[in-house]
Design a protein around this ligand. Structure first.
Ligand SMILES: [Zn+2]
Length: 339
């Protein structure tokens, strides 16, 4: 009997003093393991007088249960206190509402692109896509840009191999060519997408930016149609009537070609955005050059068309008053979370 009480007292004292799950394991092994003290008691039973055996056996089992219960209780205590420590020593309040989830938002370029797509779809245009790695024929040749044209300078174009046949498209115009090859006139298409230029980057230049190409081919398409479409476009972007003007501009794939300027939407007497002129240079456009139509298998005697190349990145900057184009694709969440 004395043995039982002695073992129990020692075991309970050790368990109380244990400060880790590992220490408890050691104690469990020492008392309840195969070679532990309780096992020793049980092993001694056969050598005892027959009348003592049942009582000793019963007590040994009670001792075993008592030690196990003490081990379990101390184990739960240790676990709870380590959780408390993790939760900031009891500061944790499980009734507080959870932090709201970060939901993210659409990139401003995506937002403006989608708005413009909706606008042009409502005017009967089709939205087209094309490859970003493009052949020389579609990038330049079919657009009436001859071999010696400065736009082909390798300073501006990312070539993909030494043959010069493949490059990252420097504009979205090759999608026009593919449209003319594939579609029967009359048709109206837009092609928004990424374009690439081999340029030194600064606040207004980026190696990767976005454009939206537009093209209409039909009967007797005139400069009047072009201006009408551009005014609708600007109304869609700035949500009000915007005055426009055309200046002559030379681009190999249009004839006549124009630079379209829009009245500065931010001022009436000149500001930093318009460089104090009250006009903002917005997009090159013009009537499609007969050579370009012909090269894509469309008869310029029968069909005519207009085309424009909108700088989407620039438009997004104007719309949201962004002062550095590099913010757009910089991936900085502090910038992106504002939209
Ligand atoms: Zn202005």
């Amino acid at each position: 009997m004395a043995d039982h009480d002695d073992i129990r007292a020692r075991a309970e004292a050790e368990i109380l003093a244990a400060d880790s799950a590992a220490a408890l394991k050691d104690i469990e092994r020492a008392y309840l393991g195969k070679k532990g003290e309780v096992a020793g008691l049980l092993a001694s039973i056969p050598s005892l007088p027959a009348e003592e055996r049942p009582l000793v056996g019963k007590n040994a089992n009670l001792l075993k249960q008592a030690i196990q219960a003490a081990l379990d209780a101390r184990g739960s205590e240790l676990e709870a206190s380590s959780l408390d420590a993790e939760r900031g020593a009891g500061d944790f309040d499980p009734t507080l509402p959870p932090r709201p989830l970060d939901t993210g938002s659409l990139h401003p370029i995506t937002q403006v692109t989608r708005e413009l797509e909706d606008l042009f779809l409502s005017m009967g245009y089709t939205v087209l896509d094309g490859p970003e790695v493009e052949r020389d024929f579609y990038n330049f040749e079919a657009l009436n840009i001859p071999r010696d044209h400065p736009a082909r300078d390798s300073q501006d174009t990312f070539y993909c191999d030494d043959s010069g046949d493949f490059s990252l498209r420097p504009h979205t115009s090759p999608v026009q060519v593919r449209a003319m090859e594939r579609l029967e006139p009359p048709f109206r298409v837009i092609a928004p997408g990424r374009v690439f230029r081999h340029e030194t980057t600064d606040a207004s230049h980026e190696h990767t930016f976005h454009q939206m190409e537009g093209m209409v081919v039909g009967k007797d398409i005139s400069v009047g149609h072009l201006i009408g479409a551009m005014k609708t476009l600007l109304r869609g972007i700035f949500h009000r009537e915007v005055e426009v003007r055309l200046r002559p501009g030379h681009f190999p794939f249009v004839e006549p070609g124009f630079e379209l300027d829009a009245r500065c939407p931010f001022c009436s007497e000149g500001c930093s955005v318009c460089g104090r002129t009250t006009w903002i240079e917005l997009l090159p456009c013009g009537l499609v050059h007969p050579n370009v139509l012909r090269m894509s298998g469309i008869d310029p005697e029968e069909w005519s068309g207009f085309a424009f190349g909108l700088g989407l990145s620039r438009l997004v900057m104007l719309r949201y008053n962004i002062d550095d184009v590099r913010h757009l694709l910089g991936g900085d969440l502090r910038f992106l979370e504002q939209f």
